[in-house]
Design a protein around this ligand. Structure first.
Ligand code: NAI
Ligand code: 15L
Length: 269
């Protein structure tokens, strides 16, 4: 597909949205911003909920692609997850289909497979085809989003790259994040690859940097042209000294989803 120029960024007021607002324009994109909350310093941003189908339809009209970050990003009561993440993502796909948008990059999450045991002692890296094992209603909504993306590709020819993001923050802040960290610069590289690769259909990839302690297989992401440059290893000695070596007998250490498996952080709003 021709390289997209105008991209709708949903969730633009959030942590990852804020990082991408500063990094994605370097790749030549013009961003249209969308969030339920006002985006600081961006008076042209669209302030609307994913449940507002008229606002969504107008927001997607004329864009070449969408980076869909909006939604509840932690655990919440099922009814809230249903409204924002499940129905909200459906409304976005319907708006995109009706307006003829060619491609969506969907912010899935490691929590779609959060109950998967972490590889230890030379066991193979986790493949993208591993059975989904959501660790929360939140992870379940990401699993739904991946299936929705598959449906819209098979039935309507709308392409998606579903990125199972690890932890995208400026720095890793836990031992677990040493394995799943996605640096903001690598996130922008990955989203750019996902926006421009040819013939993606519906492709699922893991989203992380080239971490020395990586838990999953980045082959599918690299096949899109993604060439990660960062590695969490420089943070390892300090984090291990502060936090200690993980106990493999602790379920929150033994499963990919970490503390989401045992004591998920709750969406504050
Ligand atoms: P965030 O919580 O900082 O931002 C989410 C944004 O979505 C917020 O600005 C919020 O106002 C907006 N939003 C929520 N519900 C909405 C609705 N119904 N209508 C319109 N806007 C709505 O989350 P963050 O960290 O920026 O994550 C962005 C996306 O990436 C989320 O979908 C999250 O699940 C996903 N993700 C993020 C990871 C990370 O490490 N930051 C890891 C895995 C997935
Ligand atoms: C996620 O899916 C969350 O949105 C993010 O805030 C982090 O908690 C991340 O997963 C993680 O697993 O560290």
């Amino acid at each position: 597909m021709p390289a997209p120029r105008t991209v709708l960024l949903t969730g633009a007021a959030g942590g990852l949205g804020t990082l991408m607002r500063s990094l994605l324009p370097e790749y030549g994109y013009t961003l249209r911003l969308f969030d339920a909350r006002p985006v600081a310093g961006e008076p042209d941003a669209i302030t609307a909920d994913l449940g507002d189908t008229d606002a969504l339809r107008e927001a997607v009209r004329g864009v070449d692609a969408i980076v869909h970050l909006a939604g509840i990003s932690l655990e919440a009561p099922f009814e809230q997850i249903l409204r924002s993440n499940i129905e909200g993502t459906y409304h976005l796909y319907e708006a995109a289909r009706r307006e003829g948008v060619a491609r969506i990059v969907f912010a899935s999450s490691n929590h779609a497979v959060g109950f998967t045991p972490v590889p230890r002692d030379g066991t193979p890296l986790i493949p993208v085809g591993t059975p989904r094992r959501p660790d929360t209603f939140y992870g379940l909504s990401k699993s739904f989003g991946e299936d929705l993306a598959q449906l819209y590709w098979d039935r309507h020819g709308l392409e998606t790259v579903s990125v199972r993001i690890g932890s995208c923050f400026p720095e890793p802040t836990s031992v677990r994040m040493l394995s799943i960290w996605l640096s903001p610069a690598d996130a922008a590289r990955l989203f750019h690859s996902a926006l421009t690769a040819e013939g993606v259909g519906h492709t699922v990839v893991y989203g992380s940097s080239a971490n020395t302690r990586l838990w999953w297989d980045l082959t599918a992401a690299r096949a899109l042209g993604y060439d990660p440059r960062d590695d969490s290893e420089p943070y390892a000695a300090r984090l291990l000294a502060e936090r200690g070596v993980p106990d493999p007998g602790d379920p929150s250490e033994a499963r990919l989803g970490g503390h989401f498996v045992t004591d998920p952080p709750i969406w504050p709003h």
